[in-house]
Design a protein around this ligand. Sequence first.
Ligand code: ADP
Length: 398
Amino acid sequence: MHVLVLNCGSSSVKYQLFDMAAESVLAWGLVERIGEPESRAALQVRGADGDAAREVTDDPVPDHAEALERILDALERAGLGGDLVGVGHRVVHGGETFVAPTVIDGQVIAGIKAQVPLAPLHNPANLLGIEVAMAALPEVRQVAVFDTAFHQSLPPRAYRYALPASLYTDYGVRRYGFHGTSHAYVARRAAEHLGRPLEACNLITAHLGNGASVTAIEGGRSVDTSMGLSPLEGLVMGTRSGDLDPAVVFHLMREAGLSADEVERLLNRESGLKGLCGANDLRHIEQRARDGDADATLALEVFCHRLRKYLGAYAAVLGRVDALVFTAGIGENSPTVRAEACRGLAGFGVTLDPGRNDRRADGELLAVHAEGSAVAVLVVPTDEELEIAEQTLACVQG
Ligand code: ADP
C-alpha cells in the first residue's frame, strides 16, 4: 500500500513515496528550476539494504508534466510503480471551504481555484501539480491536504480582525493560519508521548523553520495561531517581519516612496532575521552571536522575545497547558532558542532542564523539561509529508 506525496511549487516538484504499512519512505526527491535551462532532477530510492540509490540528472525539464513523468519513470524503474492507493497533494490555502483533507474532483479543483486571490503564489502551483498528476495517474485517487484546514476550528474571536465587517464578508479578510499539517502532526505525537488522548490535551506548538508559527491547541483543536490572512503575520521569521504596526506600511509608502508591491517584497523577503542582521540561517547567526557580533545578537533577541510573548499569550488563551512543543529546523536543533524562549516562564509552569535541553532531536522525540515542571516541554521532529500521506490514506479509505 503506497501513497505518493507531492508538493508542487511554481518551479519545483518535491515528492516522497511511502509504504504505509511500514510507515517508511521508499523514494524521495526534488525536481527544481522547472522551465529553466539549469533545471535539475534529483531522485532517490531506498534499496532493500536501507541504503539510498541516488540519481541526479540535469537534462532540461520544460514543465511540471515532464517533471512528474521523470518521477514516475524513476519509480517504475525501481520496481515501485504498483501498489499506489493514493496521491496526496499539499495545498496551501483552503480558505473557509476546506476543513479537512478532500478527495479531488472537478468541484474541489474549482474550490481551490476560488482561493487563488488569498494565495496567489502558491495555489496556482498546487493546482498545476494536481492537474498533471490526475492526467498521469487517472486511476489513482488524489487527495488535497490543506495547510489551513487544521485552523478552521478557530473561534470567531480569534479569527476575526477588528476591521469593518464587510471586509470579512466581501473579501475574506480574516485569520486563516498555516503550517496546519505540521501543528497537527506534532500535536498527535506529543499526545502519544503524554499517554493521553489528543482530545484531552492542551498544547502550544511552535513550528520554527524558515517560516515560523505558534498554535494554541485546546482539547486537540486549534483555537488560535500566529499566522493570519497570509503567512506574514506573527513570529519573526527567516526573511518575514511577522507582527508589525500596520502604519509601517503607509509610512514606507509615503516617506520612502515604495509601492505596495515593493513593501510586500520587503516584508516577505528582506525582513525578519535577514533584515535585522543580513542572514537568515540561524546556524550562522548563532555562530556570529557567539563571536560577539552585535547585529546577530540583536536578531536572536528579537526572535526569542517575540516567541516568548506568544508563548505567554497562548498560555493565557488556554488557561491550562499540558505541553509546549518545539519543532522544525530551529525548534528541533537550537537549544539556545528553546532556552531563551522559555526563560522567565517558571511562573507559567515551564521549567527547562538545561542538560536535557542541550541536545538536538536527530529524528527522536525529546522531553527537555525539568523534573517537576508543570508543563512538559517536548521537542518533536515534524514530518509534514508523513502527515499528508496518513491523511491521504485515511481519506481514500473513507
Ligand atoms: P523550512 O522547511 O521552513 O525551509 P526548516 O524547518 O528546514 O525550514 O528550518 C530552517 C531553519 O532551521 C534555518 O534557520 C536553519 O538555520 C535552522 N537550523 C537547521 N539546523 C540547525 C542547527 N543545527 N542549529 C540551529 N539552527 C538550525
